[in-house]
Ligand binder design. Structure first.
Ligand SMILES: [Zn+2]
Ligand SMILES: [Zn+2]
Ligand SMILES: [Zn+2]
Ligand SMILES: [Zn+2]
Ligand SMILES: [Zn+2]
Ligand SMILES: [Zn+2]
Length: 263
């Protein structure tokens, strides 16, 4: 049986470490440092950077505010760095207490019960029933407003009504497609939002304009191949081509580029 490691990372570091200056980069040092149990060899500094990173704790993406080691490649989401050792009465799982684990379970399922993505690192787990969720998903609340829909409060649709396989027929206001996982809903105007898309409002990706970081699907790869063929065709045919066809190909090219932009 795996015992939870003590996740209390709260040893604060006295200011004897000189902060490294980065005169050519836009790093904003917020002025908070910590020693974290998962990386005790170096202090972590709280920084606000616009680029995306992979959290060394939960293994998920993030952007913006983070705790980062300035001597090696170790970065944590702010909420992962401050993850509590246990959770009681969480709105997503109020019947049982949840315990923080720094490593995924060796056996059993690895899927998060909120966003339905694999839990590959830090997670809160219930020993009574096996429920688990990412630290980022823990930050979602059952009633909240999001940057993508600030006018109204969104409510988490109950699990048994959520169309757990993503086939409930709604269009998510952010990704515009069907995906698995829990769903938020606006009862005022019928807006829907996947929990997996809502995560990007918590982890800083949305606020920093970062999209499409997930691994390309089979469809995406196929589209890329098609784009290349179109590019070859386009380059071969561009001269003397009828204008209408040129527009269609140009449009395809633009879309292909848009899709590839951040990969
Ligand atoms: Zn994290
Ligand atoms: Zn380090
Ligand atoms: Zn999750
Ligand atoms: Zn439980
Ligand atoms: Zn979505
Ligand atoms: Zn609304």
């Amino acid at each position: 049986m795996e015992l939870p490691k003590n996740p209390r990372p709260t040893t604060s570091v006295p200011r004897k470490y000189p902060l490294i200056e980065f005169p050519t980069s836009p790093q904003l040092i917020v002025g908070e440092e910590m020693l974290h149990f998962n990386h005790p060899q170096h202090p972590l500094s709280k920084l606000d950077l616009p680029d995306h990173f992979t959290c060394s704790g939960c293994k998920e993406y993030g952007a913006g505010m983070r705790f980062t080691c300035q001597q090696c490649d170790f970065q944590l989401h702010e909420f992962c760095a401050h993850a509590p050792p246990d959770l009681k009465d969480h709105p997503f799982h109020y019947l049982h207490q949840l315990t923080f684990y720094s490593k995924p379970g060796k056996e059993g399922k690895s899927k998060c019960d909120v966003c339905f993505k694999p839990a590959k690192g830090y997670a809160f787990r219930c020993s009574a029933c096996g429920f688990q969720m990412h630290p980022c998903c823990e930050r979602l609340s059952s009633e909240t407003s999001f940057l993508c829909h600030p006018a109204h409060t969104l409510r988490l649709v109950p699990a048994n009504m959520a169309g757990a396989n993503g086939d409930s027929g709604f269009v998510c206001g952010v990704c515009k497609r069907k995906r698995s996982g829990r769903v938020f809903h606006c009862t005022v105007c019928g807006y829907h939002l996947h929990a997996v898309c809502a995560k990007n409002m918590v982890n800083g990706l949305y606020a920093n304009g970062i999209k499409d970081l997930e691994k390309p699907s089979m469809l995406g790869s196929a589209f890329r191949v098609v784009s290349k063929v179109v590019i070859v065709l386009f380059e071969g045919l561009v001269e003397g081509m009828a204008e209408g066809v040129g527009e269609v190909l140009g449009d395809n090219l633009a879309r292909g580029k848009g899709r590839n932009r951040s990969s």
